[in-house]
Design a protein around this ligand. Structure first.
Ligand code: HEC
Length: 237
């Protein structure tokens, strides 16, 4: 039910020309603001620069507010682009996002309620926030860019590779299968011909999601097939 709403939402975005994950667009807000909070928090320790404490606090308030849409879009992207698959980087991101929220809330508690203590304590908490945010970005990058796909320098397979990265890699990195390691993509007898392959995509065995023609045209599926059989299956990974 929720997934149907989410998919409808992304279809709408697609129609107005925005096919990309939303989280990536918004994530700069909390990260940038946490950087600002840490920077001004430390500057406020300089003599005569106490008022930077307010700047730091304002940054932290905004970072706190932007946490919510950023996390929400992250969740929606995960349901939509990753079909809700349980992946290690996702688990880490959930834990770190929770930690970031707690740290920000803690910093704001000091900043508003204990102003005298705040000048000494908050720069440390803001810095912990920054470290957490950097780790969040690191796991995000692993999710998006991790796992080489093998078509570097083989432009004939670039389109197939792109389709693979967008639709298959999260569950089949390197041609394997993270959900059911005994059922790797590479080596499947469904790769015998483009026809058997396309038939599988239209009606796979759960929990693999189906790819109807609306999600992946026959022409795209053939490009994908060429990439899988000529590059991925040959790379020995
Ligand atoms: C959400 C995770 C997920 C995604 C995304 C996914 N798969 Fe799968 N795939 C699986 C699982 C789980 C299986 C094992 C299913 C089973 O029990 O046969 C599987 C099996 C396969 C098999 C072997 C089937 C067989 O019966 O031998 C092939 C081939 C395959 N997937 C291709 C793809 C391609 C191509 C894509 C991208 C268009 C893709 N998969 C996307 C999870 C996924």
């Amino acid at each position: 039910m929720i997934d149907a709403w989410i998919d409808a939402f992304y279809r709408l975005l697609n129609q107005i020309g925005f096919p990309d994950p939303l989280h990536a667009a918004l994530v700069h807000m909390p990260i940038g603001l946490v950087m600002g909070a840490a920077l001004f928090g430390w500057l406020a320790l300089l003599p005569g620069r106490e008022r930077f404490q307010i700047t730091a606090r304002n940054c932290a308030v905004l970072a706190f507010l932007f946490w919510f849409p950023t996390a929400l879009f992250g969740y929606m992207d995960w349901r939509h682009f990753y079909h809700g698959a349980s992946l290690n980087p996702i688990t880490m991101k959930l834990l770190l996002a929770g930690l970031l929220l707690i740290l920000l809330a803690g910093a704001l508690f000091f900043a508003f309620r204990r102003p005298l203590l705040a000048r000494k304590v908050t720069p440390v908490i803001y810095t912990l926030c920054l470290i957490t945010a950097v780790l969040l970005g690191w796991f995000g990058a692993r999710l998006v860019y991790g796992g080489k796909t093998g078509a570097e320098g083989k432009p004939a397979y670039a389109l197939g590779e792109k389709i693979f990265v967008a639709h298959c890699r999260e569950c089949h990195p390197g041609g394997g299968n993270i959900m059911e390691p005994d059922e790797p993509l590479v080596g499947s007898d469904k790769l015998q011909s483009p026809e058997t392959f396309i038939a599988l995509l239209r009606q796979p065995k759960a929990p693999m999601p189906a790819f109807p023609p609306a999600a992946l045209t026959d022409a795209d599926a053939r490009e994908l097939y060429r990439y899988i059989t000529n590059v991925l299956a040959q790379s020995g990974r």
